[in-house]
Design a protein around this ligand. Structure first.
Ligand SMILES: *Cc1c(COP(=O)(O)O)cnc(C)c1O
Length: 371
């Protein structure tokens, strides 16, 4: 037998070899160490800058006494509350370890080799990973020059091999929202072999914008649409990992088979149920974010930069210079924002809307950097 490197015979298939590990935004601690700075602010991961709802914290604290018990595998308490709120049957809901988990589950459940996954580019990286992981073919349609989904071009790419179509509304990294009439039109064109996955991770920030689609209606009508939402963004529970999908029960039924039985932990379930009830916290988050978003947009435009109109809790800013350089210069000023080659915007940065104080600091740092 040939001498080989230890473990060299444990090979993986070519599609697994192609997968890239997720590169998260740098944490404040990392940057603190690297640059020897203190008083850093992180506006890179679209987290809620106001912290979690006090009611969620209370629910977690009280659930902590029951950590020796397995969680409710069906998340019944939360399931019933959400089913009622959304006016869907409770078996239309699938819970996940973050909505990332639902994206993963949709991929492993529905994709077979050579199926097609239709995506806009740039968009959320986990859609691409779901296709690669399952050896499906990615069909990528670039966004328009104004960073909108090109739904006409996407509709032309629908085939009998299309299995999943991913649309984030609003999209990440651009913040741009799809209009109800445009989306309705696209939904009409979906072939029966394709499932439209509408990722509404930023739903709460966009819901009051005129023209924002009511996607749940398509689930209620049993259309081939799955809507994804999360507790990570407006609800401020990113660290606990809980998101969900709303989909016709014939689709939910398959995910109930592929998911791990205890994929959502008990702390996350309790916190999510409590956060759902804290409407005051949510409206404070949404209202403050909306006001800060329009203030920041105006300030950025006043600097001579451009910015897509955002319906989310972040801005996609064209710095009109090397975005990587701008992001690094901001970091040296103690402000962490997101730059990624994968976003296909070489002169862009993505910045989360923080607290009013954080946003002022960001704007001041940006003025310094571009001067
Ligand atoms: C943040 C984000 C998610 C993931 O959220 P989790 O529920 O934390 O996994 C999904 N989709 C988009 C577009 C996001 O920006």
């Amino acid at each position: 037998m040939n001498k080989t490197e230890p473990l060299a015979l444990l090979t993986v298939s070519p599609n697994i070899e192609r997968l890239q590990p997720y590169v998260p935004g740098k944490s404040a601690e990392e940057v603190q160490k690297e640059f020897g700075l203190d008083n850093l602010i992180k506006l890179a991961s679209n987290e809620n800058p106001f912290g979690p709802s006090p009611r969620a914290v209370e629910a977690v604290t009280s659930m902590a006494k029951r950590l020796h018990l397995y969680p409710d595998a069906s998340a019944n308490l939360l399931r019933d509350a959400l089913a009622k709120k959304l006016n869907v049957s409770s078996n239309c809901l699938v819970f996940g370890n973050g909505s990332d988990d639902i994206i993963h589950l949709l991929g492993i459940t529905f994709l077979q080799p050579d199926d097609e996954v239709l995506v806009g580019v740039p968009s959320f990286v986990r859609y691409f990973a779901a296709a690669d992981l399952n050896n499906a073919s990615l069909v990528e349609v670039p966004l328009t020059p104004s960073w909108e989904y090109n739904l006409d071009a996407m509709a032309e790419k629908l085939t009998e091999r299309t299995r999943l179509v991913f649309l984030a509304n609003p999209n990440n990294p651009t913040g741009v929202m799809l209009q109800s009439s445009h989306l309705e039109n696209f939904v009409q064109k979906l072939p029966e072999n394709a499932l439209l996955v509408l990722d509404e991770a930023y739903y709460e920030f966009a819901a009051d914008t005129p023209g924002y689609p009511n996607a749940i209606q398509w689930v209620q009508q049993n259309r081939n649409v799955a809507v994804l939402r999360t507790f990570s963004k407006a609800y401020g529970l990113a660290g606990l990992r809980i998101g969900y999908g709303v989909m016709p029960k014939r689709i939910a039924h398959w995910l109930e088979r592929t998911r791990e039985p205890f994929n959502v932990n008990s702390l996350a379930q309790a916190a999510a149920a409590a956060a759902l009830n804290d409407t005051e916290y949510l409206s404070h988050t949404v209202q403050t974010t909306a006001a800060e978003r329009s203030m920041m947009t105006n300030e950025v435009l006043a600097m001579g930069l451009s910015c897509t109109p955002s319906a989310a809790n972040f801005l996609w800013i064209d710095t009109k210079r090397d975005g990587n350089m701008v992001a690094n210069a901001l970091m040296r000023q103690g402000v962490i924002v997101r730059y990624s080659n994968g976003f296909h915007g070489p002169t862009h940065i993505r910045v989360s809307i923080g607290t009013p104080q954080e946003n002022q600091r960001f704007l001041q740092a940006l003025r310094t950097v571009i001067a």
